[in-house]
Design a binder for this molecule. Structure first.
Ligand code: PEP
Length: 254
């Protein structure tokens, strides 16, 4: 019912030339892969090239962030209208690196989510606790709070494409993955919060991805959990062979 989605977040890596070199190898490797949806998130300077190169393939591309306004005096920003105009389909919102380094607040994530919905962009809203919050027993409170803030004023109608990524801050780029049991529990809490806000039927269809040091070696065990509907992969998505091995995991959903 929930088609698994494996996404690659390229962060601030790869020039347009390097992005196209990746696709030259990657697209033939995954061209017959139908089980999972595949989405790449290149840098803004590569996005147009990647969108052009993936037309007619089973790989989609999205932006790593966007502003919530359509246009205006916001130097350095890209608007939802602009993304939609280049046929960009997906957008990452509230990634922890944006929250930490660009000071994105829960309110901003909420405004961006509403803008993404208004422009028919598929949003992947990132939430996740810091190590400190986990160690002090606040994981559930943080996740419930972040999801509630993101969904504030979002209607059930129109939220059909909502995707949430659970990305514990302590697992991103650190090599230490959360255990399948920890992730399953976090996803259960997130799904419950979506249910409380948007209703049980919307919670049932909302895909919840896990992100945080996903590798070819751990993806199958994670994907075996009932509430894990895919992965958001950083470092493991930069090399075409490695990312392909992650996508082609075998297991209960494989
Ligand atoms: C990410 O950037 O969303 C991420 C999960 O990174 P990594 O896989 O490198 O931990």
């Amino acid at each position: 019912m929930r088609k698994p989605l494996i996404a690659g977040n390229w962060k601030m890596y790869k020039t347009p030339k390097e992005s196209l070199a990746f696709l030259d190898k990657f697209l033939p490797m995954v061209q017959d892969h139908e089980r999972d949806e595949i989405v790449l998130f290149p840098t803004m300077s590569s996005l147009g090239y990647v969108l052009d190169a993936t037309v007619g393939t089973n790989v989609k591309a999205g932006a790593q962030t966007m502003h919530w306004m359509n246009e205006g005096p916001y130097t350095g920003q890209t608007s939802p209208t602009m993304l939609a105009s280049i046929h960009c389909t997906h957008v990452l919102l509230g990634h922890s690196e944006r929250r930490i380094y660009a000071h994105e607040t829960d309110d901003m994530v909420n405004w961006k989510l509403k803008a993404a919905i208004a422009h028919a962009l598929t949003p992947i809203v990132c939430v996740g606790e810091t190590l400190d919050k986990r160690q002090t027993g606040l994981t559930e409170a943080v996740l419930r709070w972040q999801v509630a803030c993101a969904l504030n004023g979002v209607e059930r109608e129109g939220s059909e494409d909502l995707i949430i990524a659970y990305e514990p801050v302590w697992a991103i780029g650190t090599g230490s993955t959360a255990s399948p049991t920890q992730v399953q529990e976090a996803h259960r809490i997130i799904r419950q919060q979506v249910s409380d806000r948007l209703g049980p039927d919307r919670a049932e269809t909302t895909r919840i991805l896990y992100g945080g040091s996903v590798k070819p070696e751990n993806v199958a065990l994670l994907m075996a959990q009932p509430d894990i509907d895919g992965a958001l992969v950083g470092a493991g998505s930069l090399d075409p062979e490695t990312f392909c091995r992650i996508i082609m995991y075998t297991g209960p959903k494989g």
